[in-house]
Ligand binder design. Structure first.
Ligand SMILES: [Mg+2]
Length: 319
């Protein structure tokens, strides 16, 4: 059975995602027509997943569909934006019906969860890659940025860190006991912190999503704000699963593992109670783990002492 591009779009993508009244014209014309909310700024991002670079051959297609959208949603969350419209560009080596069905299901469930309409894209033949472009909206002037925080602002992180990195290493049930499935899910189905990002508008002074790991992303928020920072590795939020498997070295994976897609933010100390209120209302843990300071660079502390740690040391120990 052979398919042309139109048949694949009709079968798998035309009705994928949320139905939104601000989509004047969706998939099917030369371009989409979208109606932005008055008084809002548009927030746009794009991210690609390429086979052999970002994922291994044979990766579950449902997870790829989820992750391709989730990593873009996470970028909008970091800006405090509300997601709205997605474009999907898919390059496939061949048409595989069961692969497409699973991929579309992973993408579609997450899109409907966050009211994202799929409004267009492209399909072509070639090495497997998935590119999503996502547009959201934010009331003018309220978007969160990496820069804008001040010396003295406290640093907070959502959720727990390091689980995705351990899940990517795919520990066997024998190694991970009852935690193996949960850890794999943390890697294959990351949770974008959209509701948290929206709630942080007017509270956080700067924000970034943790795609590359705190060790890489913390210096970005500090540098964009024109300052340095210290982080206390003993304050990093660590799940029971990571603690059980990694024990004393859990903080190393939490610091350097990456792909957690949690939010890392700065806020003045006077807003700590507001942050705790947001965390309680949304049932998303927020943990204070450091502070911005005038001296440049990011200093790591453990039990009050300054420690040295590098990504290469972590990679050396990673399975
Ligand atoms: Mg990002």
């Amino acid at each position: 059975m052979s398919y042309d591009e139109q048949t694949v779009i009709d079968r798998y993508f035309r009705h994928l995602g949320a139905v939104r009244t601000d989509v004047v014209l969706g998939i099917g014309d030369d371009a989409a027509l979208l109606r932005a909310l008055p008084g809002c700024e548009l927030v746009q991002t794009s991210d690609a997943l390429v086979e052999q670079v970002h994922f291994l051959p044979g990766s579950p297609p449902r997870s790829l569909g989820h992750r391709a959208l989730a990593i873009n949603l996470s970028d909008l969350a970091a800006m405090g934006a509300s997601p709205a419209w997605a474009m999907l560009s898919l390059t496939l080596p061949q048409i595989d019906e069961s692969w497409l069905g699973e991929f579309a299901a992973g993408f579609g469930v997450l899109a409907r969860t966050w009211q994202v309409a799929l409004v267009g894209g492209n399909l072509s033949r070639g090495p497997l890659s998935v590119t999503v472009q996502l547009t959201g909206q934010v009331p003018a002037g309220t978007a969160l940025r990496r820069g804008g925080a001040q010396v003295g602002d406290e640093l907070w992180v959502s959720g727990t860190l390091g689980d995705a990195s351990l899940g990517r290493a795919a520990p066997s049930a024998a190694e991970a006991g009852g935690h193996a499935d949960w850890l794999r899910t943390r890697y294959e189905y990351p949770t974008p912190r959209i509701a948290l990002g929206e709630a942080l508008r007017g509270i956080a002074s700067a924000c970034i999503d943790l795609s590359d790991g705190l060790l890489a992303d913390a210096p970005r928020i500090a540098a964009a704000s024109g300052c340095g920072a210290w982080l206390d590795v003993e304050q990093l939020p660590i799940s029971a699963a990571l603690r059980a498997l990694s024990g004393e070295s859990a903080w190393e994976r939490a610091l350097a593992g990456g792909e957690d897609y949690e939010l890392f933010l700065a806020a003045p100390p006077a807003r700590a109670a507001a942050l705790e209120g947001v965390a309680a209302r949304l049932s998303v843990p927020l943990t204070r783990c450091g502070q911005l300071r005038a001296a440049p660079g990011v200093e790591l502390r453990r039990g009050g002492a300054v420690i040295q740690f590098s990504q290469s040391r972590f990679d050396h120990f990673a399975p």
